[in-house]
Write a protein that binds this ligand. Structure first.
Ligand code: LLP
Length: 415
């Protein structure tokens, strides 16, 4: 959506005072551009909204793993939520304090678990009984104590896209809540394992606070049940953050979120952990793409741009809506599908949409692309991954160069 840090000046769209046309000319397209100011203010609104709650805000690295972005969040005091050894590596490299790192995921391998142990992270969030056994073996070999939580699956409907609902009983995540107590009891007797918390995550792009209220109720109730069994935990981790207003701004704010959660955490012995990703970086990022052609099909128009689903997969994968703004200000609108160059009919960024300023050679800004944009990009069709620019106080810094054909073959073994 149109953000306050976006403005047309002299007919050209500027972000934090910086011309997006100039950036497209200088760094080429497709190009990801992020506003550091916006990332900071998004982080700070969580920090401020939850100022009365003892908490750690663990930025979910999967949303955007650019080192400069993680470093910026580290400088604000953020922790990290990671899902793989790669994300753990990125978080540590960016200076995130390991004591503020939580690690979830249904398929952690031995090397990933070992790294969690060696780095003394805040909590490894275990998702199944066999994983607990694997962890038990590794801590024995490493002769080091590991803080753990179990991710419980509370069977709560988050009212979001089915592909990103994670806390329903049909989903692969977590341990069904009715079995969880047994697993905690099993872990209690294990050597080098310290039970530190309760974790859950019910889904992403949740714009209403009600599912979070149900999740908090479930987690807090479960922690009380654990206490009755003599298992006192230090943290309650309620998973990801809020959704963002891709299509309209009618979404809950961190303040609404805090109001709901505070009542559960007031006076409790546990610290709250939040793992927001999308709401920290999503609306801070734009994908700039050039219009290559306007093309008339048999019964519709196509705006063919130079970004494909290898650059931004969300519309193709979830039918997601991203607002599109012309970088060269224009009132001329055509109704069209905005499509990329990829060899698949599903390579669509917008469908049957009124697109302003879609002229050959013009630049379009695909809004709200800072989360799950570059981080889900690929080299499909041997396309080079885009460059990324971070605007710091409106000054551009190239934080990832565009790939080259050399990069495409760098890891091949051709003999
Ligand atoms: N914590 C855990 C354990 C997660 O699995 C996720 C996201 C998050 C935190 C961050 O959630 P957020 O605050 O960003 O909602 N690729 C999809 C989103 C997948 C989210 C998966 N898990 C998309 O583009 O919409």
């Amino acid at each position: 959506m149109t953000e306050s840090n976006l403005k047309y000046t002299g007919g050209i769209l500027h972000l934090d005072g910086c011309s997006l046309r100039k950036l497209a000319q200088e760094y080429g397209t497709p190009l990801y551009v992020y506003s550091a100011d916006r990332i900071k203010s998004n982080y700070k609104s969580y920090d401020d909204a939850f100022r009365n709650t003892d908490k750690i805000i663990c930025y979910s690295v999967k949303a955007n793993f650019n080192g400069a972005v993680i470093k910026l969040l580290a400088s604000l005091g953020a922790g990290a939520d990671v899902l793989s050894e790669g994300e753990l590596f990125m978080a540590l490299r960016a200076g995130i304090d390991p004591k503020k790192i939580v690690f979830a995921g249904v398929g952690k391998n031995a090397s990933e678990i070992r790294q969690a142990v060696r780095n003394g992270i805040c909590m490894l969030n275990i998702e199944g009984e066999q994983e607990l056994e694997a962890v038990g073996e590794i801590v024995k070999q490493e002769k080091k104590t590991l803080n753990i939580a179990f991710r419980i699956n509370p069977d709560i409907d988050p009212k979001t896209h089915p592909k990103i609902a994670t806390g329903l009983k049909e989903s692969k995540f977590g341990i069904p809540i009715r079995r969880a107590l047994e697993v905690y009891k099993r872990a209690k007797g294990m050597e080098n394992i310290r039970i530190a918390g309760v974790h859950l995550h019910i889904g992403s792009q949740i714009t209403d606070t009600l599912p979070f209220k149900l999740a908090a109720e479930s987690a807090v109730g479960f922690a009380d049940r654990l206490a009755e069994e003599g298992i006192e935990v230090e943290y309650i981790d309620i998973g990801g953050g809020l959704g963002i207003g891709y299509e309209n701004d009618d979404v809950s704010s961190p303040y609404d979120f805090a109001k709901v959660l505070e009542s559960y955490f007031r006076g409790r012995p546990q610290k709250l952990i939040l793992e927001p990703g999308r709401s920290i970086v999503g609306n801070a990022g734009y994908l700039l793409t050039r219009v290559n052609y306007i093309k008339q099909g048999a019964n519709k128009n196509f705006v063919v741009v130079d970004a494909g689903f290898n650059d931004l997969i969300r519309p193709a994968m979830y039918g997601a809506y991203h607002n599109i703004m012309p970088v060269e200000e224009s009132d001329e609108t055509i109704t069209a599908d905005v499509v990329g160059p990829i060899c698949e009919t599903g390579d669509v960024i917008a469908k049957d949409r009124g697109i302003r300023g879609a002229k050959q050679g013009n630049i379009l800004a695909i809004c709200d692309s800072g989360a799950y944009g570059f981080s889900m990009s690929s080299n499909y069709n041997s396309r080079l991954r885009a460059a990324e620019v971070l605007l710091e106080g409106g000054k551009p810094r190239l934080v990832r160069r565009r790939e080259t054909y050399e990069d495409l073959i760098r890891t091949e073994e051709t003999r």
